[in-house]
Design a protein around this ligand. Structure first.
Ligand code: KIV
Length: 272
């Protein structure tokens, strides 16, 4: 009997471009491991981001700064083994691209070669344009990231909404234009006023993906741990929590402990 292999139409940068042109919203979530990547890809997500938020939600650091390139490569290669259809973007971590364009390209090449991911993401505008050009010219798709940039938290001093004042909003508009011109295939807009995100989105031909940037972006991204309610202390206004997994997991573990202590687990069907 011959087995019929299911044909999977993979998401590419072209798919995302066509979605923007057709007005179809792009769904994006973060993932850091094989098992969740499998679930989220199987559910039909368009883009998975192996975010440097791994530093917070996987390693328990206060900021995204400590996560290393080697650690991002470990997370990304686990995610890649779990997916069939979605497009996978990997964050270049703090310190892996800011020094110069050669280092930025070398870091991006390591990610592409060692993980099998489809694109990299980096934070910043004008300051990183030469690196974006260098990476794109090597054939690697680059996603930009403007607005709240967690790798610059010690410069900003707070995780509050960015670009509320006209001078910062003007710089963001110009940075978005430069990133598009440098060859970025998409742009994350984090925690900026909805009106600004809407006007930036309509001024660009590449898709924008918002987080805390309102409904006028071409797509939305959330950190998986936040939307599944694994991380319940983090409750910003922009977050919609779809599940309380922390509560459900706690209940399941408490029941398991009771069953073990009472001798109820394992029963006859659960032994050999
Ligand atoms: O690292 C991350 O999870 C991100 C998203 C918040 C966009 O950059």
């Amino acid at each position: 009997m011959s087995s019929v292999k299911k044909e999977v139409k993979r998401v590419t940068t072209h798919t995302l471009q066509k979605m923007k042109a057709a007005g179809e919203k792009i769904s994006m979530l973060t993932a850091y491991d094989y098992s969740f990547a499998r679930i989220i890809d199987g559910a039909g997500i368009d883009v998975l981001l192996v975010g440097d938020s791994a530093s917070n939600v996987m390693a328990g650091h206060e900021t995204t700064l400590p996560v290393t390139l080697d650690q991002m490569i470990y997370h990304a290669s686990s995610v890649i083994r779990g997916i069939e259809r979605c497009f996978v973007v990997v964050d270049l971590p703090f310190g892996s691209y800011q020094s110069n364009t050669e280092i930025a390209l070398a870091s991006a090449i390591r990610i592409m070669k060692e993980t099998g991911a489809h694109a990299v993401k980096l934070e910043g505008g004008e300051e990183v344009i030469d690196s974006v050009k260098k990476i794109v010219s090597a054939g690697i798709p680059v996603m930009g990231h403007l607005g709240l940039m967690p790798q610059s938290i010690y410069k900003f001093g707070t995780y509050e909404v960015r670009a509320k004042e006209e001078n910062e909003a003007g710089k963001l508009r110009e940075d978005a234009r430069l990133l598009e011109q440098a060859g970025c295939f998409a742009l994350v807009l984090e925690k900026i006023p909805a009106e600004l995100a809407t006007s930036v989105s309509s001024s660009l031909s590449i898709p924008t993906i918002g987080i805390g940037a309102g409904n006028g972006c071409d797509g939305q991204v959330l950190v998986m741990h936040d939307m599944l309610g694994i991380n319940t202390e983090f409750k910003p206004r922009f977050l919609r929590q779809y599940l309380n997994l922390a509560e459900q997991a706690t209940g399941a573990v408490q029941q398991y402990i009771l069953d073990v202590k009472s001798g109820n687990f394992p029963n006859e069907q659960e032994q050999y």
